[in-house]
Write a protein that binds this ligand. Structure first.
Ligand SMILES: NC(=O)c1ccc[n+]([C@@H]2O[C@H](COP(=O)([O-])OP(=O)(O)OC[C@H]3O[C@@H](n4cnc5c(N)ncnc54)[C@H](OP(=O)(O)O)[C@@H]3O)[C@@H](O)[C@H]2O)c1
Length: 222
């Protein structure tokens, strides 16, 4: 399987990249980032990195998408302290620009988007981030991909030395980390890990899944 990965420098994307590199079914990974990525040692042959500057326009690299089986879209930001306009620019505009380019060039691929627990499919709720992610999901589900799946994880525990880029989250993970076995036992439907998210994406790219909106418990079950 050949995979395109967005957000590989982030917490979720690092976890997904790790699983792709470990999985013998994944033949290669095309990583699209805005700045140079520290390449995982010993796995260089499996990864090709594209540094791209304008995430609203992928026409210059659109010919590269052909031959890939799936795109794992892990790029995204926390809405904390952001205006709706700025949050939507990264969350919705970047995602849809990439997805439009990918589906135009290679409609035969599977697209997997990371949104989050509480995403608002009605697009009318009071929570800004949930509305924006809901609109993004709805638009993605209408695009002519072979298959599209929306991942809605709750709290993602970073494993294997992976760290969040967001300082606030790093502090949170530091505090919550030791409690995670207890929290997992208490809230199994709200907590997942970077490893489970990556494994679930690879499994879906290989075999598909019975539903297109995957909540935290569905991700863990996969
Ligand atoms: N962390 C969680 O527990 C959790 C839970 C549920 C859902 N999610 C969702 O998962 C997604 C990823 O979260 P994360 O925790 O991995 O975030 P993160 O660690 O902050 O990583 C964000 C990723 O997005 C890229 N990015 C951000 N702004 C960009 C921009 N303006 N242009 C190009 N690339 C940009 C970053 O690239 P640079 O390295 O270049 O900045 C990085 O690769 C988000 O949509 C988030 O809502 C996360």
């Amino acid at each position: 399987m050949k995979i395109i990965l967005f957000g590989a420098s982030g917490m979720v994307g690092q976890g997904v990249l790790r699983e792709c590199l470990l999985d013998p079914d994944v033949e290669s990974v095309l990583v699209v980032v805005r700045s140079p990525l520290v390449q995982p040692q010993g796995k260089e042959k499996k990864v090709r990195v594209i540094i791209h500057s304008d995430f609203t326009n992928f026409s210059a690299v659109e010919n590269l998408w052909q031959g890939y089986d799936a795109c794992f879209f892990c790029l995204g930001v926390s809405s904390f302290g952001m205006s709706e306009k700025d949050y939507a620019h990264v969350t919705k505009d970047f995602t849809l620009a990439a997805a439009e380019s990918l589906s135009r060039s290679n409609p035969n691929m599977t697209f997997i988007y990371v949104s989050g627990t509480g995403t608002d499919s009605s697009e009318r709720g009071r929570v800004m981030w949930a509305r924006v992610k809901g609109e993004t999901e709805n638009r993605l589900l209408q695009m002519p991909f072979k298959d599209a799946y929306m991942f809605r994880p709750g709290f993602i525990q970073p494993l294997h030395g992976i760290r969040s880029k967001t300082a606030l989250y790093r502090i949170l993970y530091l505090l919550v980390g030791p409690l995670s076995p207890l929290l997992k036992a208490l809230f199994p439907n709200f907590i997942t890990t970077t490893e489970q998210v990556g494994r679930a994406m690879i499994k879906i790219a290989n075999q598909g899944a019975p539903k297109r909106l995957l909540e935290n418990r569905d991700i863990n079950a996969l």
